[in-house]
Ligand binder design. Structure first.
Ligand SMILES: [Zn+2]
Ligand SMILES: [Zn+2]
Length: 83
C-alpha cells in the first residue's frame, strides 16, 4: 500500500485537521525538509513491529501503521502499551 513518510526522517506522516502533513518527530525544525511528504510503496508482508516482530499484516494496524519508519521498515503494534 502507499503511505506518506517524512522526507527527512522517513517516519510516517500524520494529516492535520487542516489537511497539512506533519511529522511528529521533526516538526520543530521548520527550516529543514521536515514534514515534506514522500510517497512510498509498502509491502505489509515485510513490515514488522520493532519490538515484538509481529508482522503488520497480522495486526489490526495494517491500515494505519502507527510509528512506521521506512528506514527500518518497522512499526509499533502497541505490545508495550500506548503511553
Ligand atoms: Zn520527520
Ligand atoms: Zn509489538
Amino acid at each position: 500500500m502507499k503511505v506518506l513518510v517524512c522526507k527527512t526522517c522517513k517516519n510516517i506522516l500524520q494529516i492535520s485537521k487542516d489537511g497539512k502533513t506533519e511529522c511528529i518527530h521533526c516538526f520543530h525544525f521548520p527550516e529543514s525538509d521536515s514534514g515534506l511528504p514522500e510517497e512510498i510503496d509498502v509491502d505489509l508482508n515485510e513490515v514488522s513491529c520493532g519490538i515484538c516482530k509481529r508482522r503488520a499484516i497480522d495486526t489490526e494496524w495494517r491500515e494505519t501503521l502507527p510509528s512506521y519508519n521506512a528506514k527500518s521498515n518497522t512499526f509499533y503494534c502497541g505490545c508495550r502499551g500506548w503511553e
